[in-house]
Write a protein that binds this ligand. Sequence first.
Ligand code: HEC
Ligand code: HEC
Ligand code: HEC
Ligand code: HEC
Ligand code: HEC
Length: 430
Amino acid sequence: MKKHSLFTAAALLTLSSAMVMSLVSSCEGPEGIAGKDANESCTQCHKSDVVEIVAAQFELSKHSYGEAAFEEAGTVGCAPCHESEAFKYVCANNTPVTFTKNETTGKYVNDYSVPDDKAYGEFACNTCHSSLHSAYDSTDFYPLTNTAAVAMTMYGGAKTIDLTANESKSNLCVKCHQPRPLTASLKDGNVLNYAALAASPTAVFFDPANTGSTNVLNPGYRTHVHYGTVGAIFAGKGGVEFTGSLSYSNSAHTTVASCQDCHMAAVTGKAGGHTFNAAGNFKGCNVSGCHESAPLDASSAKFADTRTAVKTLLNTLGEKITVNGVEVLHKNSDAETNMWTANTTKHFDGYLDIYDPALNPTGLVKNPAPGKSWTDEQKATNSALQELTLTNAQMGAIINFQLCLREYSLGIHNTSYTKALLQNSIEALN
Ligand code: HEC
Ligand code: HEC
Ligand code: HEC
Ligand code: HEC
Ligand code: HEC
């Protein structure tokens, strides 16, 4: 993937090294460092084995090469997780994730957004290290921009994630890597009542015949909990917890491991360190206190069998969410556009296979809310498709499927919780 900005971390650092050299040689430095030896102070970091080596790793990170920061600039509700300045703003101001009722419209509004002039900034070192260039010494890398407990936006703040291993550094990651809310858009716009889905699985959630009465939202191709579901699964919080044969508990990772332990382990190839990539890097697993005595690799049962079992559960659940035999979940076998292609046999991507002339023209399920701008032909295509109805069990199963597919690791993040969500959802559909 190509990066839009000319200013890659490496280019910036090369530039900054040159600037530092000129600042150092003229014995000047940025304001605020009076009394410090600029040369010694700056070169603590501006040398090849500190900032520059990290910057080289960071170039391999999707935080750096990903395009989302470019695409989402200016969008105030997306910016808290996609724009550097916005992230620092919501952390510094402790912006609430609550929903507040607008008395004029009678609808709830998501408070998790930033002012227009903060909705920008590609990810860089100071996204996570917001104190850089304050003391001008090595202490500047800390504190991290956030280590406080994270109120879950999916729940409008009613649930909180607090991962305390490794000085709560995971809370930095989870602030962004958490699911987003589904809302009762046909009703008051508030967060969907997920507990009600689990409590009455056989009740009708959606039926086009009920228009305007009991339906709370019109399902569409992109009715989903977003992409960054890891935080919820890792913490063992936020799924639709149907009663079933498995109880909801967490694997050891939730309390003993941090995101950094696996994703920022010693560098191996293109993984580890500031690449933030865990794929194929077992160095973080095989440390003292963890799997040192029985080291893991890709073929170890603990790793391979867990993933196979979770993949089987995803396959079973995904294929079970049907109306009149038509599968409701969307499939996409292109690994470029579906990063979860390999995680199920049918290549589900977590979207719904609901017709949309622009987003999903080959959809198998009828869109309950045809667009006003659709052509007659598009409306006719839609009308001929399988009509969509959903029970609470099916809606909850869709949410749980999305959470467990998109946590990506096939259960490594939190095996117990993942298996319970999937197995109990399968049973709820029986
Ligand atoms: C704690 C480590 C650290 C120290 C000490 C430090 N820098 Fe930096 N500096 C960085 C990092 C990391 C970046 C990259 C910033 C980014 O991309 O967000 C940077 C970037 C820069 C830049 C590029 C412009 C910018 O702000 O993005 C300049 C110029 C610079 N530093 C000058 C200095 C000077 C002069 C000193 C000494 C007075 C100094 N730095 C001390 C870590 C440090
Ligand atoms: C400011 C928000 C934010 C923070 C903080 C953050 N991430 Fe991310 N992360 C993102 C976004 C957004 C993407 C996707 C970027 C894109 O596609 O352009 C991403 C991508 C990733 C990816 C690559 C996923 C893929 O699709 O291949 C990994 C792995 C990752 N982050 C891990 C971490 C870890 C570990 C931490 C904590 C050390 C962390 N992130 C902190 C927002 C964040
Ligand atoms: C609560 C934090 C959060 C908010 C708010 C958020 N996102 Fe994201 N988004 C993420 C994270 C984290 C990822 C990366 C997940 C991964 O790759 O594992 C992501 C990924 C994406 C991707 C996929 C990028 C890719 O690599 O293909 C798109 C597109 C996207 N977001 C768009 C949006 C839009 C549009 C909005 C606003 C309507 C938004 N996001 C709001 C956290 C968020
Ligand atoms: C997505 C968040 C994120 C970004 C972006 C990021 N870092 Fe870090 N960095 C971390 C975390 C988390 C740690 C702590 C890792 C640990 O405890 O294992 C860390 C640790 C460090 C350390 C080690 C500090 C110490 O001595 O303990 C250095 C140096 C560093 N980062 C430099 C950089 C530079 C330079 C950049 C930009 C090229 C950068 N970081 C970008 C999250 C980030
Ligand atoms: C016990 C080790 C472990 C811990 C702890 C861990 N992860 Fe992962 N993570 C993995 C593995 C393994 C994968 C799958 C990597 C693969 O196959 O590409 C993964 C995948 C991911 C991905 C998908 C994208 C990718 O390409 O790597 C994201 C995003 C991610 N983890 C974020 C996090 C966050 C955020 C945390 C902390 C809340 C975390 N992880 C904690 C092991 C871990």
